[in-house]
Design a protein. Sequence first.
Length: 488
Amino acid sequence: MKVRVQDSPKKTQLLCGFALEKSDKVLGLPKLDAKTSQVVKQSLKDIEGKLGKMIIIPIVGKKQFQRILIAGIGKKEDITKDTFRQISGKIAQKARELRLKEFSIISPPNFVIDQTSSSAQIVQGVKMALYKFEKFKAEKEQNSPDLTIIVSKSNKILQAIKTAEIVADGAIFTKSIANLPPNECTPSTLANFARIISKNKMKCKIISKPELKKKGFGGISAVGQGSKNEPKLIVLEHNKGARNEKPIVLVGKAVTFDTGGISLKPGAGMDEMKFDKCGGCTVLGIMKAISELKLPINVIGIIPSVENMPGGESYRPGDIIKLYNRKTAEILNTDAEGRLILADALAYGEKHYSPKAIIDFATLTGACIIALGTNVAGMVSNNEKLSKKIFESSKNTTEQIWELPLNQEFMDMIKSDVADMKNMGIGRAAGTITAAAFLRNAIENTPWVHLDIAGVAWTQTATKEKSYNPKGATGFGVRLVLDYLQNM
């Protein structure tokens, strides 16, 4: 899909404009002949500018527009950035449904919303809404119509559109990998993706099974030892900031398939455990976008990747393992594996990079879905300043998060009688927070934010429908963290 920018509408198969609720005009629509103007006025009455309502008007005769689409955006005071992302996504899907080769969207004037912002959201909405995971289908949807944005050209707007394309492509890259089935995506596959995006742009280091054991990555080694697909620790380095500037470290859980190990999961819904790699895929998407944006900062991406399988060499409930930071963990449940591999990666990132902040992403706990549902991610942090910045970026990108507490009472819930800690809390109480408490033990003093994305990483039964999040992986966290990094 190509994106073009024009100052005014030219010949197009579909000219699309927005209308406010109960308005008698389409925002930015050029002057039309009397007959077409009358039809447009009547169509406006039909949809009343209600949010999400659309109507298409065929244009008779040899005109520069074959059709005009009017999309309602609701009341002016209720408009958000996500309004244009969501509605533009719907427009794009309609254009594809009509099998068009191209279509044009008029960016609304500044009195509605800043045109720089709206143009960026239009691009993001269109690109992400047109994404389809069709790798394994014999008959593929070939049609992805090109987009033309009608807006007054300026360097600021052109740059915002270019950035929006890269950010959207980062989210799509994340979705494409996260949607891969487990037989097509092992820890080695993820390592290859990292190598591909790092070429001539970033440093890439892959730590494999023998070295993982030798260097004391007890969590990653234990969880991965039951599978013939060996574990990997993937490290990407984007060093474009000052040499003495401390980096941001991003850590993403990537369990390419999670059976639960010896503590086997129920069969129903186990196919969705291909999405247990979404945290790592998020880090890959962010790092790809960072390198393409050429952000003048230092960022390290660390992805511990394993396949959690039952077998003769699997780790067991009752085992005691030594993590990278030399603390010991009693294993009560092998399905609480994500915190083990993350603890290793977090400790490694802090020790080797002395970062200014650490952010981790993980489909960590089903308890997070019980607590917050499937549209809000859980956040746990040891630093109020960092968590506030992440929360602000979540509002900017409409990737919702909610902060949960982490005090000493929760830390006490994972104390073990026979080791430094155990990998489960007390019963089902505060499951999301006790998992975060385990991770907190891996970090000394670095500002840290943990995002539990178990409910939001892919579309589930209660997931709110969004045009730019088709069924499957959502790429949650890519846009959020890129917003945070760009605002630094």
